[in-house]
Design a protein around this ligand. Sequence first.
Ligand code: HEC
Length: 139
Amino acid sequence: MRPCLLLVLTAIGLITYSSCHQSPPTPVKTDSTEIKLVAGFQQGEALFRRYCASCHRSPKRGGHHNEMLVGLFERMPAPSTQYFIRYIQDSRALEQAGDQYAVAVARDYNHTANHHFRDSMTVAEMRSLIVYIRVMGSR
Ligand code: HEC
């Protein structure tokens, strides 16, 4: 057999094989991002219960829940996640620095609370609170 013909036959064989041979379905992989999000949510929930729920009850939308934290990240000055961290680290310091948003919130609620969690939580923990509040506030 001439080498050229052999090549063509091999090529046809390969094409036929690959079109008939069905590859098995790809197994569903658990995305590490999902795992991180769930872990963040759970940590955020525990922190919320510990530090915030006494006043905010739940960030959940509707019903008898206090809705102060619903739509929070759409409302806070951008970048809102960073702003949130600064706010709960020390809301009084923000007000005293004349930050318009913090001054307005304090005025609207008659200045009843002071957030000073700088020493109680790490920034990573505050980020998990963000995950929790975002998820709960969208329900
Ligand atoms: C002692 C009660 C109390 C606790 C504890 C508390 N908050 Fe608040 N929070 C308030 C009140 C009251 C306001 C309204 C603003 C004010 O009075 O200064 C507020 C305002 C806020 C705001 C601003 C709301 C807006 O419309 O922008 C955020 C965000 C917030 N709290 C998050 C938290 C988080 C997160 C925690 C827990 C780490 C927490 N708070 C713990 C009572 C509390």
